[in-house]
Design a protein around this ligand. Sequence first.
Ligand code: SAM
Length: 281
Amino acid sequence: MIKAKKRYGQNFLKDESVKSKIIQAMPNDAMPVAEIGPGLGDLTQKLLERKKRVSAFEIDLELCDILKRNFSEAIASGELTLVCRDVLEQWQDLLLPGKYHLIANLPYYIATTIILKALEDTNCASILVMVQKEVALKFASSSGDRNFSSLAILANSIAKVEVLFDVEPDAFEPPPKVTSSILRIQKRTAFVKGKENESGLFDSPESFEAFQRFLRQAFSAPRKTLLKNLQPLAPKETLVAFLQAQDLPQSVRPHQLSIEHYHLLFNKIEYRNRKINNKES
Ligand code: SAM
């Protein structure tokens, strides 16, 4: 039996009913699947049984050797492509060349980074991941919740976000110290198509990145006022005028605004900044 490596966040899912529930929550179409961290290949096996074409990315070379042996037929037939590499290095370029669904029992130390990468990647149509419960709740939180965050605004702006169910530590070997949750993020078609975006909100990958920078600034000090946090990006008068027009007090905190408020304010600031840039050039 292989010894789990803490540095790679290895907790192997052993509970059969949990594995089946995860696979059942996958979209039922023919799109290829990217699996991050196949580990001993338990979910990989179930994906192949469901006739999915899988590309799996595993950092641990010892596990990779086991996977190569156990899945030699699927690798030879092309149903499974195994990439023995840090997925984040791989993702500096395209993760997969065409549209795909992402599935993973994520190593907790890079879970948020990977979800953000997948949100940005317009080839990624949906994300089905096991993460620490707190992380799942952050992505799925709503305006007014104390943990309403830039992550929730970002994800909900382009996708349907749901926490499907919790998974207790005893479902894993070795058991983690925390409860986990299954998080599903299904992107709206407009964003998957990238440049053909119909919503007009993020008409390019650059404007999605600009929205991320804007949200980081808005939540830079989550308990301070939005007015204070956003002043490096826009003059106070512009922000005050926006709050007044939306019937919001100047004391409003970042977690108290709605997602629509953030879209409106972002467009207002972007439009103003673009006008200034055009004048200067
Ligand atoms: N999918 C398996 C399961 O459900 O039992 C294993 C899940 S375990 C929580 C996380 C897996 O991700 C491990 O196999 C680990 O080696 C792998 N991993 C950790 N960091 C990685 C990285 N940067 N790139 C690719 N795989 C990684």
